[in-house]
Ligand binder design. Sequence first.
Ligand code: BJW
Length: 274
Amino acid sequence: MTTPPIEHIADIAAAIGSADSVCVITGAGVSAESGLRTFRGVTGMTAEDHGSMASLWKDFDPATLATAEAFAADPERVTRWYDWRRLGCLAAEPNAAHLGLAEIERRVAARGAEFTLLTQNVDRLHQRAGSRNVVELHGTIMAWRCLRTGKEVEPEPRPFDRFPPRSPLVDDSSDPLGVLRPSVVWFGEMLPPDAVARAEAAAASCDLFLSVGTSSVVYPAAGFIQRARERGADTAEINLEPTPISRLVRWSVRAKAGAALGAVAAALGSRPGP
Ligand code: BJW
């Protein structure tokens, strides 16, 4: 049985091929095909595809765990959840969506144009796939921050033995602030100012803005497309489901991120050079 072609692939490839600046924003749907869970919406994956990431998730509600209040109230529960997710991210491999975006960046950069990848994901899979100009809007689960010093450390790739883990930067084992928290952005917290500045600049100067695998409901990330629209950039979305931006974009693609981005990268490869 042949799979029908995905709509708008040629349009998006043509827009990328002629753009002086491309800005892409990604969300959890991009990592779904690596077996990682999304926060909301469908994944197109079965419980078996997610393996151990499926069964544990049902016991946790991200909206009530991804907050400073939840960490203050129950640091053990919150850090156990993040440690389990950190180990899941380390065990996961980049999928066709990550690899497709890295290939698209190489092709855009090879002709001297700009490419910025804004990601809400904390899993570092874009970097592992070879993406270079990545802006982590919501931090990373691979780095943990000492509450006493404010400095970041990158823990060893094995489970913590205490929850919350003790900070290696604090000698006094009785210091209640001598512990680590994940270096991610929780609800109600500010995004890293340099990441916001880079995102604003990329969105406000791009010729194509592409949103992939995000429900586009969490701000300020969901608002960057508006900057691109104000500039008159072309806009596109790749998602399994409709989102609040589906009616705003020029090309709305209803497909898995891996298949769609692989097809865009392949279409770019078959286009004549500049
Ligand atoms: C596929 C697929 C496949 C699946 N292929 N597609 C303006 C208006 C309203 C509210 C606010 C506002 N400004 C600020 C707020 C408050 C708040 C907010 O936005 N709330 C909304 C929920 C209403 N924002 C904040 O608090 C932010 N801070 C802030 O604004 O600071 C300033 C401030 C401070 C105090 C007061 C006021 C202002 C911080 C937001 C931090 C978000 N943090 C999290 C957790 C990170 C750590 C962790 O990983 O645990 O970030 S929440 C969670 O949501 C995570 C994600 O990055 C984020 C977005 O989710 P994402 O990536 O879109 O995933 P999903 O699951 O939602 O969607 C997956 C999509 O993929 C679905 O659509 C599927 O269909 C699709 N899909 N498989 C293609 N194979």
